[in-house]
Design a protein around this ligand. Structure first.
Ligand SMILES: [Zn+2]
Length: 396
């Protein structure tokens, strides 16, 4: 993909500063949660009353949990007023029962939350799926590496999805070369009309044209972040969807030929798979509720800004993704502001032009972009895990 109308605004933060800011935000999340045990300790009477009710059902003794007058605290007396109980009545045995009840109630509350939103995404597995792709070498269309990687994606998806559709065609490049192409569409709950579309490109770029070393520019990009990370995300997501099917229909689309040619303008021999899919949908009138393109999401120093074309085309989808990330505590990675100072030409554009509401989630501020140094050591399980949690939560 490519930046357009680049602006310097918002790009000046050093990686160091961003890491420090994110650490501070994470610290504040910990502080936000620390009031829970404190409040339970300072104000035990509701737990005790609940326990009394429970115990009275099977105990012959009447547990008197009434308290003497509370002792006023100097700070926040209404919120943190302690309620001492009568030691002579509440025996050590009943205290054990109280403690057990508290633990049981807390466990029930936590497991209830998990039942509502089971999060299954495994970042370590995603990292292994990225490593597996790197074993194939560069995945440039028309090469043995691409043949093996495409076959691998199809096999992995057939083991997890309900339906797998492979679109195969030949693309003729501007200079007359014939390129074999494959889009792979893995569908979960294919019978449902309400669907969410996720897409990522699985090919890698044939040239490292961002390299400052002229001798390296003809080398293919290894594509750990630019190629393998999105595919790894989807395979690990498919693991989660196989274990716990999504609420709506989900389509995971692996597009070919995103990174082959020039991003222009005009675009020539790039965005090939997404352009093909836009004019060859899986069924007539295919219209997902919304779509998200996940591209370059494995950077170990991950910062994802909102993308201007996405904000223009589907602002409600951008809002939904960033709100979900914030609810999960990942607003240090999915930063609320500022957006990129340039539009990004990427696989969402052909789908937007076909009338779909699709946005681009991408970290384009990646020092190894379109260089021979886009290798596996530049991505991390932690980054994959953060994006995976967000991607999964959007489907629950
Ligand atoms: Zn690229």
């Amino acid at each position: 993909m490519k930046k357009e109308a680049q602006s310097a605004s918002g790009d000046a933060d050093s990686a160091e500063t961003r890491r420090a800011q994110r650490k501070a935000v994470r610290g504040s999340h910990t502080l936000c949660l620390s009031w829970i045990p404190g409040l339970a300790l300072a104000y035990p009477s509701p737990w005790l009353k609940l326990t009394k009710l429970a115990l009275s059902a099977f105990s012959p003794h009447d547990f008197d949990l009434k308290s003497p007058e509370p002792i006023a605290l100097t700070r926040c007396p209404e919120l943190f007023r302690p309620t001492p109980y009568n030691d002579s009545v509440l025996t050590w045995g009943s205290r054990v029962l109280v403690a057990c009840s508290v633990v049981l109630l807390a466990t029930a509350a936590c497991s209830g939350d998990r039942a509502e939103k089971p999060m299954r995404f495994d970042g370590q597995s995603a990292m292994r799926y990225a490593q597996a792709q790197m074993q194939f070498g560069p995945r440039v269309p028309g090469t043995p590496g691409a043949q093996r990687a495409g076959d691998w994606i199809i096999t992995e998806m057939r083991a997890r999805a309900d339906t797998v559709i492979v679109q195969s065609w030949t693309h003729t490049t501007a200079d007359g070369k014939q390129l074999p192409m494959r889009n792979i569409l893995a569908r979960f709950r294919p019978g449902l009309t309400n669907r969410i579309l996720y897409l990522t490109h699985w090919d890698t770029r044939p040239v490292s044209d961002n390299s400052t070393n002229l001798g390296e520019r003809q080398l293919p990009v290894p594509g750990a972040n630019d190629g393998a990370s999105g595919v790894a995300l989807f395979v690990a997501l498919a693991d989660a969807l196989k274990r716990t099917p999504p609420a709506e229909g989900v389509d995971l689309l692996f597009v070919d030929g995103e990174d082959y040619g020039s991003f222009g303008p005009p675009v020539v021999d790039a965005l090939i798979g997404s352009t093909y899919f836009a004019s060859h949908p899986p069924e007539p009138g295919y219209k997902p509720m919304f779509g998200v393109l996940w591209d370059m999401i494995g950077d170990a120093d991950l910062v994802i800004k909102k993308e201007p074309y996405s904000i223009d085309a589907a602002p409600e989808v951008v809002e939904r993704v960033w709100r979900t990330a914030a609810e999960l505590g990942h607003d240090d990675v999915f930063v609320p502001a500022p957006p990129y100072g340039y539009g990004i030409t990427d696989d969402h554009l052909p789908l937007i032009q076909a009338g779909m509401r699709v946005i681009d989630v991408i970290d384009l501020e990646y020092a190894y972009h379109h260089r021979p140094t886009d290798t596996i050591d530049k991505i991390s399980a932690r980054s994959l895990s953060i994006v995976g949690e967000v991607a999964e939560a959007l489907l629950r």
